[in-house]
Design a protein around this ligand. Structure first.
Ligand code: FMN
Length: 192
């Protein structure tokens, strides 16, 4: 797979096969994350790998999945749930904008590395963070920024050119395939 294939193929996955992901593959995703850009190269982010079925089952109800495509893309335990989560953690007192930017760079790298391995991800920001902090046993000086759900995809979403900035809502077609409209370079860009 060349890099353009990875760019084109990466889509958020919300329906997963129930095949566990090997620890070596999860580790490879974190290898990608650790090499990402970081403001002033401070590297404030830390990660917790959750891949035991017991802990995955505790985290899943504390996550929210795209309402636009619910309930068909709301993962169910034992049927379509991710088999792992990567928790992205930051110091409570970290500069929030730059730490958020670091998280973006790291998570995007995780997503690309996942595609190369035949895995899929969902970057999840809609989280019950206080409850998750308890389940993950975070100390008071650490906060949960995001979860990244990981697993083998059981859907094949695709992107298409958006016709206008108002029409970016993703949708399931008559064959239950997820379509994700993306604005074109011309819609997004001014050249000076
Ligand atoms: C910061 C951020 C937070 C997100 N949070 C959620 C979420 O809580 N639940 C969810 O189902 N998807 C979430 N997503 C995934 C987006 O819905 C998805 O990226 C978007 O629909 C575009 O699809 P694509 O990733 O396939 O390009 C999040 C994405 C980002 C970047």
């Amino acid at each position: 797979m060349d890099f353009n294939d990875i760019l084109q193929c990466r889509r958020t996955i919300r329906r997963f096969a129930q095949t566990p992901v090997a620890d070596a593959d999860l580790r490879a995703l974190l290898e990608a994350a650790r090499l990402a850009s970081s403001a002033a190269n401070r590297q404030p982010l830390r990660y917790i790998v959750v891949r035991t079925p017991e802990l995955v089952a505790k985290l899943l109800p504390l996550t929210a999945w795209a309402a636009r495509v619910a309930p068909r893309r709301t993962p169910r335990l034992g049927e379509s749930a991710p088999t792992a989560f990567l928790a992205v953690i930051a110091p409570t007192d970290a500069h929030s904008e730059w730490t958020q930017a670091d998280a973006g760079a790291a998570i995007q790298s995780i997503e690309f590395a996942a595609v190369e391995r035949g895995l899929g991800c969902c970057w999840i920001g809609a989280l019950q963070r206080e409850k998750l902090a308890e389940v993950l046993q975070l100390p008071p000086d650490r906060k949960l920024l995001y979860l990244v759900a990981v697993g083998y995809p059981a859907e094949t979403p695709c992107h298409e050119d958006a016709t206008s900035p108002e029409q970016v809502g993703y949708y399931l077609d008559d064959h239950d395939r997820l379509h994700v409209p993306k604005l074109t370079v011309d819609q997004l860009t001014t050249w000076r």
